[in-house]
Design a protein around this ligand. Structure first.
Ligand SMILES: Cc1ncc(C[n+]2csc(CCOP(=O)(O)OP(=O)(O)O)c2C)c(N)n1
Length: 482
């Protein structure tokens, strides 16, 4: 019944357009409920031929030694996520900035020092903008190149894909806790920051002008409900900024390095492997072998934000929509199949368990190369670092907080892996972890790193305190001339 089919196709087209499926609306997830009638397959005679052809094609593919992925039209990977691909850049800035990166070897044992590059020539004016560039999720590599071109300090979240180059401020979250942030008069905002309260506080200040660079539609932007001044190109932002205050970048750079050195020393004074140690090793491993990094929500992406020294570019994918712990395993498989590149996922145990079903790959389907680096603290560690942890310090509430927020479990990851046919390793030291990372990333493997939630609050207090003390000391010796 061709008429019915045409009508159904037209109804579907209209529903898709109304739901945002056409090119004029912002991209983002769309949920469509399609009411299908029996017999659930095309019913015209010629379509049976189509079905038979399709089945024959599938059979031919499956008969090959290694099954080929079926070329679905939706298997598209946003190339802007790959930091060394600047072709999607709309900034109009020269394309060679930020290409000269050093890749250094995976190391074990400690969090090594950042490279601390010389910033090179900067604009010199007696006064000028005291601006910073904030690159949130999805900002893209152009944000790093813009910061460098403008001579501005760059704060780049791991999933910005702008966390590289000479302008990135190390340990920026710690620097943003200090008085230096009061001097910021402009933020050039690219992408959507989701990780730290310090950034949110800076963006909300009435005395801070926010220039939001928005080259194309983004799903989170609500017209008329935001205070930022929207600009469509980096060039526009550059013109609105005017000259940058002399010495401004250098001050941020040096303060960041002071904070980061102290953080590293303090972190390395603990004999055990912690989230930040693993985060650093994961970032370095991805920089070295080119694996795409999928960053799990909760502590893992924040540990990366703390210690992934922004000297080496890494392609990062993270589900920062509403920062869910769901769907991360499936995301990793999609990234692997869509890019054809190996994937290294850094995630917490609950994040893995929440989406364990996605480990199931059907018989004959392609298996992507994925390493799941799981920080197993047998529950939700992040809550210990937040206000919940403070409440739990009162022993009257310890048990309740543990039950409802710690949500402890005793799932055996080796058994889980065995059930799904996934390889399993355990790493208890940085050296063991480095040895696993040094081997080629092939097939699927869970690397379990058992850690303890109990000391997390104190540990983070210690490293943040050390970082901020050192940065404060540097600023006291090098005061800002207001
Ligand atoms: C789908 C979903 N449910 C609940 C939450 C709330 N939540 C945020 S972090 C977290 C705990 C995550 O635990 P884990 O993955 O082990 O990481 P850790 O906190 O230990 O770093 C939870 C439940 C969420 N973000 N997403």
């Amino acid at each position: 019944m061709p008429d019915d089919q045409d009508a159904a196709a037209e109804a579907l087209r209209q529903a898709l357009a109304a739901a945002g499926g056409d090119a004029t609306t912002a991209p983002g997830p769309v949920h469509l409920n399609l009411a299908l009638r029996d017999p659930l397959y095309p019913w015209a005679e010629e379509d049976h031929v189509f079905l038979k052809n399709w089945a024959e094609d599938l059979a031919a593919e499956l008969a090959e030694d290694r099954p080929q992925p079926i070329a679905h039209p939706w298997a598209v990977f946003d190339e802007a996520l790959v930091t060394d691909n600047l072709e999607t850049d709309t900034s109009g800035l020269p394309r060679d900035i930020g290409r000269n990166f050093r890749i250094h070897d995976v190391h074990g044992g400690s969090i090594p020092a950042p490279l601390g590059e010389n910033p090179g020539k900067r604009p010199t004016t007696p006064d000028g903008a005291r601006a910073v560039v904030m690159a949130g999720d999805g900002a893209g590599p152009a944000a790093a190149r813009f910061a460098e071109e403008a001579g501005l300090p760059l704060m780049a979240e791991p999933s910005s894909n702008a966390r590289f180059g000479k302008s990135a401020v190390h340990s920026y979250q710690n620097v943003l806790e200090l008085d230096i942030v009061d001097y910021v008069d402009t933020v050039v905002l690219v992408g959507r920051p989701t990780l730290s309260r310090q950034v949110a506080a800076m963006l909300q200040r009435e005395d801070v002008r926010v220039l939001a660079v928005r080259p194309g539609p983004v799903p989170w932007f609500e017209e008329g409900r935001r205070d930022e001044q929207v600009v469509n190109t980096f060039q526009e932002a550059l013109e609105l900024l005017g000259p940058v205050r002399d010495g401004w970048f250098e001050l941020w750079e040096a303060t960041g390095i002071a904070a980061c050195d102290a953080l590293r020393t303090q972190a390395n004074s603990t004999p055990i492997l912690t989230g930040p140690h693993v985060a650093h090793a994961v970032w370095d491993a991805c920089a070295a072998d080119g694996a795409v990094l999928v960053a799990g929500s909760s502590n893992p992406i924040r540990d990366l934000d703390l210690v992934a020294w922004p000297d080496d570019p890494v392609a990062v994918v993270a589900n920062r929509g509403v920062s869910g712990i769901d769907g991360t395993v499936a995301t990793a498989h999609g990234v692997g199949l869509g890019t054809g590149r190996p994937v290294r996922v850094f995630l917490g145990d609950l994040t893995l368990l929440h989406d364990a079903g996605a480990l199931l790959v059907g018989e004959g389907e392609e298996v992507p190369d994925i390493q799941f680096v799981v920080l197993n603290d047998k529950g939700g560690g992040i809550f210990g670092k937040l206000e919940h942890g403070a409440v739990a310090e009162d022993e009257r509430y310890t048990g309740t907080v543990e039950r409802f927020f710690g949500t402890p479990h005793a799932v055996s990851l080796p058994d889980l892996c065995a059930a799904y046919g996934v390889e399993y390793s355990e790493a208890n030291t940085a050296i063991e972890l480095a040895a696993i990372f040094a081997a080629p990333l092939r097939g699927r493997r869970v690397i379990e790193i058992p850690i303890d939630r109990a000391g997390l609050r104190e540990f983070h207090k210690g490293i943040r305190g050390a970082a901020q003390d050192a940065a404060r000391e540097y600023l006291a010796k090098n005061p800002i001339k207001a």
